[in-house]
Write a protein that binds this ligand. Sequence first.
Ligand SMILES: *Cc1c(COP(=O)(O)O)cnc(C)c1O
Length: 526
Amino acid sequence: MTMNTQGRPTAPTASAPLPASPTFTGNRGLDIAEPLIFEVGRREVSGVDIEDAGETPFRLGGHARKTPLDLPGLTEPETMRHYVRLSTQNYAIDLGLYPLGSCTMKHNPRLNEKMARLPGFADVHPLQPLGTVSGAIELVAECGRWLLEMTGMASVAMSPKAGAHGEMCGMAAIKAAIKARGEDRTIVLVPESAHGTNPATAAQLGFKVVSIPARADGTVDPEAVKAKLSPQVAAIMLTNPNTCGLFERDIVAIAEAVHAAGAYFYADGANFNAIVGKTRPGDLGVDAMHINLHKTFSTPHGGGGPGAGPVVLSDKLAPFAPVPFVRFADDGSAEFVETRKQAAGSATPFGRITAFHGQMGMFVRALSYMLAHGADGLRQASEDAVLNANYVKAQLMDVMTLPFGDVPVMHEVLFDDRFLEGTGVTTLDFAKAMIDEGFHPMTMYFPLVVHGALLIEPTESESKAGLDQFVGALRHLVERAKAGEVEAFKAAPVFAPRRRLDETAAARNPRLAWRAPEPEGRVAAE
Ligand SMILES: *Cc1c(COP(=O)(O)O)cnc(C)c1O
């Protein structure tokens, strides 16, 4: 298999095609094979009954389309079945364990959904006069107040819509603060174990990214940071706990060195789920940190959204928070600061990072989760998440390999692929075989500091019984790999609706438009 420099396969493993279904329909029992909507739809069919518009004045000049709009039509029941059938081909947190490390795929309590659907929250419109939505604004402010309490920071920008968007917001505030000091700092330090969004954010804002190598134990050495600090350094972007699932124990020394050099400390807070109620980033010297509400505070995520990535800021960065931001007025009521002009006194917002006010539904879900758990419950969720990861580690470390040895981990446990050495089975094959066992694979080949990484994050949602079944399945797969069943691994998954897809080709050469197949006997133009 071809590998890139990070040991990530660049071409799909050849695997035998799935045996043709022996059934007349192509369905496998109640697992229905659903074609594309273009293949099932007919232009002449419609699920709605609209009266003919009759004669209307023509106002498009020469711009009217001359060919019919080729939309697939379905009846109402066909439409419903199409999407429900597709949905059954998806794996979901509501179906089983979703051990994707770094993603924190935890149970989303139904209470959150019930609250988010209350008409006063679900039906508000972003262009409604603010005076008619004061309760919703107060909820946003209250959610922010909990975040400030938990992080020990001075200010919060609620509007960013994802973790990566929060990174952009926090780093833009840092950029504005440096500019306000009349300085020109162009470098951002990023440890090599960082999530790809960190260097991408820095580069997007025009910074030059300088990588900090990890120590042999997987953490960042303050000396390695000091060696790279200079008057050109604007900030460090550091994740804690880091993406190896380890707590950066020298974080205070790193923060002090960064501040002494006149730079800022951006913390990637995606792993906040491990430390809520245990430690406050503000006490560790953090200047800006995003919080993925969709990870730490439940709320559904995946498939690109929706998410919410509020950013907490230190005193030094608070004046640069983007509009709109919420603040409490002197009379205690919550208000939105919508424009630079409204920002009081020394505030100089760097601008605006999103239209409107952020993801209202996510704020409702996250606050509902916080209130339902309370301070003690949130702390316990973190403790249970860490306990579960350490349990998985303890149950698998005799058959799988730990890159940094038997050290306590935080909310996720990282294995490398040394246990597969000589078996012919790769991390990818191993993950595909997990699908046949009914588990969503763990995060693979990330972080890049470890060869063939397998990063498991069980979260606090899983019971011991659930973890025992997962551990049992993984131990069974390790045995099969070591017993030489390499062919079976290369063929996996055999029970999934689709086999191995050529993800690289799909990403490099996406075909985004459907075209009717050419009539038989002619070769398609592509
Ligand atoms: C998830 C994650 C991000 C990005 O967050 P999104 O909400 O997916 O944009 C950044 N850093 C780390 C460590 C993460 O796990």
